[in-house]
Design a protein around this ligand. Structure first.
Ligand SMILES: O=C(O)CCC(=O)C(=O)O
Ligand SMILES: [Fe+2]
Length: 206
């Protein structure tokens, strides 16, 4: 399947099922490089404990989520990160052209879940964060195996989909869907982000 057929499928699935799995979104060597960039940044203290809520309502709560994050933007010095940001930008434009989702911008971060951490059931689009339309997660776990945990459960009407966090796999889903990162028994790497219906600098507005 070529990339424009893949994109049509993604669009259909996002509107029918609410999510789409895009395997091999990036090549293996990029996965490897992204993991070493994340490891290096986390070793030099550039990852922060992730919180919940925005601005005044922001709080840290380990019983809800246990990951550490580093935000990514165009000031990043790594070519592979910039290439990925370009690809996501292109994907956003193409989704917009076909779906009229009104996507204006996106925000994204690395996430590392240390062993035995999780992110409890939640939605990404909520009152204080009403501008997230499409969530995406690029998984970076080479050699992930059954039993390693850290799958993403998406709660759909009447059924639950459990998605393995396999290296190179991009998952797209509608940000209003409830989902949960199940207990990860191994260190888990990903790049998570959101396509927004407002420019990022304006998302504090209603
Ligand atoms: O890493 C994942 O599979 C999902 C992460 C997530 O739900 C979030 O950061 O909001
Ligand atoms: Fe989420």
């Amino acid at each position: 399947m070529n990339s424009s057929e893949k994109l049509s499928l993604a669009i259909d699935q996002l509107s029918d099922a609410g999510y789409f799995i895009w395997d091999d979104f990036i090549p293996n060597e990029d996965v490897k490089e992204l993991v070493s960039i994340a490891d290096e940044a986390s070793n030099t203290g550039d990852f922060k404990k992730a919180g919940i809520g925005k601005q005044a309502l922001f709080q840290l709560d380990k019983s809800i989520r246990g990951d550490y994050i580093q935000w990514l933007d165009r000031n990043n010095e790594n070519a592979v990160v910039l290439k990925l940001l370009d690809e996501i930008e292109r994907l956003k434009t193409r989704l917009n052209e076909t779906c009229y989702l009104g996507l204006r911008d996106f925000e994204t971060h690395f996430a590392i879940y240390p062993e035995n951490t999780f992110y409890k059931r939640h939605v990404d689009r909520f009152q204080q964060n009403a501008h997230r339309v499409i969530s995406f997660v690029l998984y970076l776990n080479r050699n992930w195996q059954e039993g390693d945990g850290g799958e993403l459960a998406i709660y759909l009407d009447g059924k639950t989909e459990v998605i393995q966090p396999l290296a190179g796999r991009l998952l797209l889903f509608r940000s209003e869907l409830e989902h949960e990162v199940l207990m990860s028994y191994k260190k888990r790497y990903s790049i998570t982000g959101w396509m927004l219906d407002k420019d990022m600098s304006l998302t504090f507005l209603p």
